[in-house]
Design a protein around this ligand. Structure first.
Ligand code: HEC
Ligand code: HEC
Ligand code: HEC
Ligand code: HEC
Length: 481
C-alpha cells in the first residue's frame, strides 16, 4: 500500500484520536504534521543518534500503539497493507504478549527455585528475553514491563517515531534515523529473533538454566514466522512473494551459525569452570543411555559391561559440537556460492577438530574468528541470491539425500533438516503448486516431524528412512538436475 493512503486515512480518522490522546502524544503529533521532518530530538550524552538501533531512545509501551485509530482494531480495517489490527493479533493470539506472564507460572517458579532466584518476574536473567527489559532511563511514561515481548522489542524504541511514522513522506531511511527497526531486512530480523531464541552475550539459556527446567531453545526463522500469528501481509506482488520463505530460511541459517559461534566465543571468555557451556554441544552426545545400538551384544557381554556398540561417524567417545546451524547451511552455500561452500566445509572441519581435541587448541581463537567472518559474509551473499524453483528442488533433494550426515551430526541437526524441508515444501507449494508426488512428500515430512518431536526418543535409523522417502518422492519432480 502507499504510505499516502495510510497517513491520510489516519488524519481523516483524527475525529477519534484515541491512541494519541491516550498516550498524551497529541501535541507531539501535531507538531510533526505542521513542521517538516526535522532530525530526531537530541538525547543526552554522546553516541550516534542516527544509529538504526536507536540506542538512546525511550520505549513508549504497547498501549501507545493499541488505539483504534492506530493498530488496535479487532479486524483488518481495510485492504491496505497495514491492517491496523496488529495490536489485537499480538495481544490476543501471540505468545510474546504472554511472555512476562509465563514468569509467574508454576514452571517458572520451579526453575527459579532451582536457580535460587527469588522472583523470576523481577530477575534480569529471565526478563531479558521474556519482556522489554530496558533501563529505567529509557522507560517512557506508559512503559509497562508486564506487556512482555511487545511491539518495540522487535520494532525499536518508538519515542522518536511514534508521531512521525504515519506521515506521507516516511520511508526506510527516516525510519532508521528515528530508531525504527527494519524488520524487512531478513538478516536483521533473524538476528533480532535469535537474540532471544538463541541468546546473545551472557543472556542465554545456558545448561544451568536448562538443568533447572527451562526448555531447550530451538529456532528457525521461516517456521517460527509461520507459527507466530502474522500481523503483517505477505508481499502482494508474486515475484516478490515467491521463494521469500526459502530466502528467509536460508538467510536465518547463516545468521544462526554466526551468532552461535559468537556465543561460543563470548562464553569461553567469560566464565565458569574448565569447559565451555554444554549448550554448544549435541545434547545427546551426553544424554543417552549407554546401550548396544547395533544389537550385537549378548547378555553375557553386557554383564561384563561391554555396554555399547555403535557405528561412529566421527571419533568415538568424544563430545560433538552442536553443528545444527551448519548442517543445512552447507547445502545452501554449495548452491549459492560453491567456492565459499568448500571453504566453509574446511573451516568447520578444522574448528570441530580443535573443539574435540584432535588438533591443538592453540588455533581455537583464529578458527572461531575465521568462521564468524565467513558466516557474516554468507548472510549477505545468501540474502542477495535470487532463489528459484530449481534451487528449491535441488535443495530439497540434497537435504533429503544427506540423512547419514544429519544423524551423525546429532539430533539438533536432524531437527534443522526437518524444518528446512518443511520450509522448502511450503515455499514450493505456494509458488508453483503441488509437487508431482505431493501426497507422499507431505506424508514423509509429517513423519519426520514426529521423528524429531522428542530428542530422547530420536531414532536415527527411522529418521534416515523417512528422509529417504522424501528423497524418492521428489526424485521425479522436474526442475532440478
Ligand atoms: C535467552 C533468552 C531467554 C532467557 C534468558 C530465559 N528465557 Fe524462558 N524462554 C525463552 C524462549 C525463546 C522461550 C520459548 C521457547 C520456544 O517455545 O521455542 C522460553 C520459554 C520459557 C518457558 C516455557 C513457556 C511456555 O509457554 O511453556 C518458561 C516457563 C520460561 N521460559 C521461564 C524462564 C525463566 C523462569 C527464566 C529465568 C530464570 C527464563 N525463562 C529465561 C527465552 C528465554
Ligand atoms: C516478535 C517480534 C514482533 C513483535 C513483538 C511485533 N512485531 Fe510487528 N512485525 C514483526 C515482523 C518480523 C514484521 C515484518 C514482517 C514482514 O515484513 O514480512 C512485522 C510487521 C509489522 C507491521 C507491518 C509493517 C510493514 O511495513 O508491512 C506492523 C504495522 C507491525 N508489525 C506492528 C506491530 C505492532 C503494533 C506490534 C505490537 C502490538 C508489533 N508489530 C509487535 C515482528 C514483531
Ligand atoms: C525479546 C525476546 C524475544 C524476541 C526478540 C523474539 N521472541 Fe519469540 N518468544 C520469546 C519468548 C520469551 C517466548 C515464549 C513465550 C511464551 O511461551 O509465553 C517466545 C515465543 C515465540 C513463539 C512461540 C513458540 C511456541 O512454542 O509456540 C514463536 C513462534 C516465536 N517466539 C517467534 C519469534 C520470531 C519469528 C521472532 C522474530 C521476528 C521472535 N520470536 C522474537 C522471546 C522473544
Ligand atoms: C558434556 C555433557 C552434556 C551435554 C553436552 C549436555 N548435558 Fe545436560 N547434563 C549433563 C550433566 C553431567 C548433567 C547433570 C546430571 C545430574 O545432575 O545428575 C546434566 C543435566 C541436565 C538436565 C537436568 C535434568 C537431569 O537429567 O539431570 C537437563 C534437563 C539437561 N541436562 C538437558 C540438556 C540439554 C537440552 C542439552 C543440550 C542443549 C544438554 N543437556 C547437553 C551433561 C551434559
Amino acid at each position: 500500500m502507499s504510505v499516502l493512503q495510510r497517513s491520510s486515512r489516519l488524519i481523516w480518522l483524527l475525529g477519534g484520536v484515541v491512541c494519541l490522546v491516550l498516550t498524551g502524544l497529541l501535541s507531539l503529533w501535531l507538531s510533526w504534521t505542521s513542521s517538516s521532518l526535522a532530525q530526531p530530538q537530541e538525547k543526552g550524552g554522546a553516541g550516534d543518534k542516527t544509529s538504526p538501533s536507536g540506542d538512546l531512545y525511550s520505549f513508549v509501551g504497547a498501549e501507545s500503539c493499541g488505539g483504534s485509530a492506530c493498530h488496535g482494531n479487532s479486524a483488518p480495517r481495510t485492504k491496505l497493507r497495514i491492517g491496523q489490527n496488529e495490536f489485537y493479533i499480538w495481544s490476543q493470539k501471540d505468545r510474546h504478549a504472554k511472555a512476562y506472564e509465563v514468569l509467574t507460572n508454576a514452571d517458572s517458579k520451579r526453575i527459579a527455585q532451582n536457580l535460587r532466584i527469588d522472583k523470576p518476574e523481577a530477575a534480569h536473567r529471565c526478563l531479558v528475553c521474556h519482556a522489554l527489559d530496558v533501563e529505567e532511563g529509557r522507560q517512557g511514561k506508559n512503559f509497562d514491563i508486564t506487556e512482555g515481548v511487545s511491539c518495540e522489542a522487535c520494532h525499536g524504541p518508538a519515542e522518536q517515531w511514534l508521531g512521525p511514522h504515519i506521515r506521507k513522506d516516511w520511508d526506510a531511511k527516516r525510519a532508521a534515523t528515528y530508531g525504527m527497526s527494519n524488520t524487512k531486512d531478513l538478516g536483521f530480523r533473524a538476528d533480532k529473533c535469535l537474540g532471544c531464541h538463541l541468546g546473545v552475550g551472557q543472556d542465554v539459556v545456558d545448561h544451568e538454566l536448562i538443568g533447572a527446567g527451562h526448555p531447550r531453545l530451538k529456532f528457525e526463522l521461516d517456521n517460527y514466522s509461520h507459527v507466530m500469528p502474522a500481523h503483517w501481509q505477505p508481499p502482494k506482488d508474486k515475484p516478490a512473494r515467491d521463494w521469500l520463505g526459502v530466502k528467509t530460511w536460508a538467510v536465518s541459517q547463516a545468521v544462526a551459525l554466526r551468532n552461535q559461534l559468537q556465543l561460543f566465543g563470548a562464553n569461553r571468555k567469560s566464565k565458569m569452570g574448565l569447559f565451555p557451556d554444554f549448550i554448544h554441544f549435541d545434547c545427546f552426545a551426553c544424554h543417552h543411555d549407554v546401550v548396544d545400538r547395533l544389537g550385537t551384544l549378548t547378555d553375557e557381554e553386557k554383564k561384563l559391561q561391554r555396554w555399547r556398540s555403535k557405528e561412529y561417524g566421527g571419533k568415538p567417545g568424544r563430545l560433538v559440537w552442536n553443528a545444527s546451524s551448519y548442517a543445512v547451511l552447507r547445502h545452501i552455500v554449495q548452491q549459492v556460492s560453491p567456492e565459499q561452500g568448500k571453504t566453509l566445509d574446511q573451516q568447520v572441519r578444522a574448528f570441530h577438530e580443535i573443539v574435540t581435541g584432535k588438533r591443538s587448541s592453540d588455533g581455537f581463537e583464529g578458527a572461531l574468528k575465521g568462521l564468524i567472518e565467513l558466516s557474516d559474509q554468507l548472510v549477505v551473499k545468501v540474502g542477495q541470491h535470487a532463489f528459484t524453483q530449481q534451487n528449491a528442488l535441488a535443495l530439497m533433494r540434497a537435504i533429503a539425500a544427506d540423512g547419514r550426515t544429519f544423524s551423525h551430526l546429532g539430533f539438533q541437526s536432524a531437527e534443522q533438516a526437518v524444518l528446512a524441508l518443511a520450509s522448502l515444501y511450503d515455499a514450493y507449494t505456494d509458488a508453483v503448486g503441488a509437487l508431482p508426488e505431493d501426497k507422499a512428500v507431505k506424508q514423509a515430512i509429517d513423519a519426520l516431524y514426529k521423528d524429531v518431536k522428542d530428542g530422547r526418543q530420536f531414532n536415527p535409523a527411522q529418521f534416515e528412512a523417512d528422509l529417504a522417502k522424501v528423497r524418492n518422492a521428489v526424485a521425479g519432480a522436474a526442475g532440478a538436475s
